[in-house]
Design a protein around this ligand. Structure first.
Ligand code: AMP
Length: 280
């Protein structure tokens, strides 16, 4: 049986293709063995049709062979969930985690404001992430309405079942967590990335996270208001550690497979989280 891997990427929009001004509805991607292509295509197609943001009239799905020698293999970030009562507390604690990642307070504030503003032209969700310089606070995406898409990442086929089982024990076994952990792991491994902040645009999903190579994937069950359709991502980068063009190229193009799972912890307070970091 062929062990060759293929990247499958889906994007869906309403009001025409993204490049003609269509509103982004959803995007998802996998890296799978050849034999899994048909079932993956069906899943991604159904996923595009059934998104909480509405029914798309444009769906694009691409299948691409991946050369094995180009694949980077990494261990998934440790998963933490920090206890919070509501999204306001969640955002307060997320700011503290970003400070632990070494980002200045005023620049964290700027990052939050960028996320709350959404894309420049339409005032709605971007398809990709904002790229912010942690030294100047400037946005660095070539197209600020689209943002930068992290792409070509997935779990090794043999890990999926184990991951689902481990997440299940903590009630975290859903597409959002599995996919965000995968994306955050790839992003954190790119030289020059300092941290990431994200909350979903799915109106039914209030959780979000801060991630970084040193801290891990740090979840909050509440990082935005319930029923809100406003979501976004921001990658904080340090251009003295990696050229923005190089960072963008790796984020968008370098295939990355999670070949080993990091630890997954049950919910804890911020103080417990900080203590645990010190112990490591
Ligand atoms: P999601 O977590 O899929 O609900 O996405 C939340 C926000 O993150 C979206 O509104 C986009 O702005 C951004 N986003 C989604 N997928 C990606 C990706 N692959 N790379 C970069 N940003 C993304």
């Amino acid at each position: 049986m062929s062990q060759e891997l293929y990247s499958i990427r889906m994007r869906a929009a309403q009001g025409g293709p993204h490049e003609s001004g269509g509103r982004h509805i959803s995007g998802a991607e996998r890296i799978v063995l050849e034999e899994k292509i048909p079932v993956t295509l069906e899943k991604l197609f159904l996923r595009a049709l059934k998104h909480g943001l509405g029914r798309p009239d444009f769906i694009n799905i691409i299948i691409e062979f991946i050369s094995p020698e180009k694949i980077q293999k990494v261990t998934s970030l440790p998963v933490y969930t920090i206890r919070c009562r509501d999204y306001l507390e969640g955002r307060k604690l997320a700011r503290k985690v970003l400070e632990l990642a070494g980002i200045e307070r005023r620049l964290i504030e700027r990052g939050f404001n960028y996320l709350l503003e959404g894309c420049f032209d339409c005032g709605t969700n971007m398809r990709g992430a904002i790229l912010m310089d942690v030294n100047t606070g400037c946005r660095l995406e070539p197209d600020p309405n689209r943002g930068i898409r992290a792409s070509r990442m997935d779990y090794a086929p043999n890990l999926e079942e184990i991951l689902s089982r481990e997440l299940e024990k903590l009630g975290l076994n859903n597409d959002h967590v599995r996919e965000a952990l995968c994306l955050a792991t790839k992003v954190a491994h790119v030289p020059g990335i300092v941290a990431e902040l994200c909350w979903s645009d799915d109106p039914g999903y209030t959780a979000g996270y801060v991630a970084s190579a040193n801290l891990g994937y740090v979840r909050f069950n509440y990082l935005k208001e319930k029923d809100s359709r406003r979501g976004g991502r921001i990658f904080f980068i340090d251009p003295t550690m990696g050229k923005p063009e190089e960072i963008i190229k790796i984020l968008e193009q370098k295939p990355c497979i999670i070949s080993k799972l990091g630890p997954i912890y049950s919910e804890m307070t911020f103080d417990e989280f900080r203590k645990r970091l010190k112990e490591h």
